[in-house]
Write a protein that binds this ligand. Structure first.
Ligand code: ATP
Length: 360
């Protein structure tokens, strides 16, 4: 079940009891994934409508990015596929990043949980990953000072570090997570990571003494995570941007890969829901083989954020049954089912649930 901080302050686009959310299908498998979610929402009578915006990596269409951002600001909430990022053009800024930066979606939150019946090396993983989502190595400030010498700036600010650390401690209190581990490299990046470490340590000591806190160097954390991940179970890993990206991907791999885990991007005013590992899956597109689980879970996260807990729980419970009781698995986790068959199974479970509760 999703554990998402509900939106308490933001103005949401709710008319006649229905909520409008922005859908950004993006590239690769994104459009078909949004279609799966739409099919489930329609079947389950979820009172949410999508306003679909086209946005891809075509730079000649700059207005698309502006229109998408305006739409998210209007609706408050977005369900998003990944937009391809071109490597070869240094002028091309990742549009995914632009959206997060412009909307100040400072916290990336992933819940990596083992799903019984999904084949993995380790069992009983249950870790919340909280990653700073706007600065650090992702500031996008790079230049070639003289030929052959490049400077890439990693920006670390006290305010943003404090904001993300506080978010993690508050999350721990609210959802009863038993500890917070701050992941850093302060032995080498003494000033930048040093500031992050100092802020997290002081906050733990002065304001959140009831939460167990530890610091761990990122290289060791990587090794610990792949060899004994259960030591982090029940807790939170708190990370600056780049380490957070890498460690989160390791954790997703541990519980079954890119098709399973959702990721939320939360700010003070807006929220964008997507998959945890943010892949486009271009080579899988159009074949009905990509695992829709991560996207469906992102949709459930979104419903929790909107306060539609019953819909979120119904869909996520039925999805869980599809994966564990009926063992409907797509190829990425060793199964033979298509994505559509998985979704059909979820719908059948919803139907059964309704029959049980005489609802209709
Ligand atoms: P491509 O986009 O052509 O698949 P890539 O290297 O850019 O190649 P990513 O989109 O980054 O791939 O995805 C990483 C890997 O995860 C790929 O092997 C991709 O096929 C796989 N993958 C991504 N999403 C899913 C999904 N929903 N279900 C199954 N596999 C997925």
């Amino acid at each position: 079940r999703s554990k998402v901080m509900p939106n308490e302050k933001a103005k949401l686009a709710r008319y006649g009891g229905r909520q409008t959310v922005t859908a950004l299908p993006g590239d690769g498998i994104g459009p078909e994934m949004i279609a799966h979610v739409q099919r489930i929402f329609t079947f389950a009578n979820v009172p949410v409508d999508f306003e679909t915006m086209q946005l891809n990596s075509d730079l000649s269409r700059d207005e698309d990015l502006e229109n998408a951002i305006v739409a998210i600001k209007r609706n408050g909430v977005c369900l998003k596929g990944n937009i391809e990022t071109k490597f070869d053009d240094p002028q091309f800024k990742s549009r995914n990043m632009e959206i997060r930066r412009r909307l100040d979606l400072f916290a990336n939150v992933l819940h990596t949980v083992s799903i019984p019946t999904v084949p993995t090396r380790h069992k009983d993983i249950d870790i919340v990953m909280i990653r700073e989502n706007t600065e650090g190595e992702y500031s996008g400030l790079e230049h070639e000072t003289t030929k052959g010498v490049v400077e890439s700036l990693k920006i670390v600010t006290k305010d943003k570090m404090e904001r993300i650390a506080r978010f993690a401690f508050e999350y721990a209190l609210r959802y009863d997570r038993k500890n917070v581990t701050a992941v850093h490299k302060a032995n080498i990046q003494k000033l930048g990571d040093g500031l992050f470490l100092k802020i997290a340590t002081n906050l733990a000591k002065n304001e959140y003494p009831e939460i167990k806190f530890q610091a761990m160097i990122v290289d060791n954390a990587s090794m610990q995570l792949v060899s004994r991940p259960q030591q982090f179970s029940g807790g939170i890993m708190l990370m600056p941007n780049l380490y957070g990206n890498i460690i989160s991907n390791i954790a997703c791999g541990l519980v079954g890969g890119p098709g399973l885990v959702s990721g939320m991007n939360i700010g003070k005013h807006y929220a964008v829901f997507e998959t945890a590992t943010r892949n486009t899956g271009t080579s899988l597109a159009g074949q009905d083989v990509a695992n829709p689980t991560a996207f469906i879970r992102a949709a459930c996260d979104m419903l929790c954020y909107l306060g539609y807990y019953n819909d979120a729980n119904l869909i996520s419970d039925c999805l869980f049954r599809t994966l564990t009781v009926q063992r409907v698995h797509t190829a990425d986790i060793g199964g033979k089912a298509t994505a559509s068959e998985l979704v059909t199974s979820v719908l059948e479970n919803i139907e059964k649930q309704w029959e049980k509760t005489h609802h209709h």
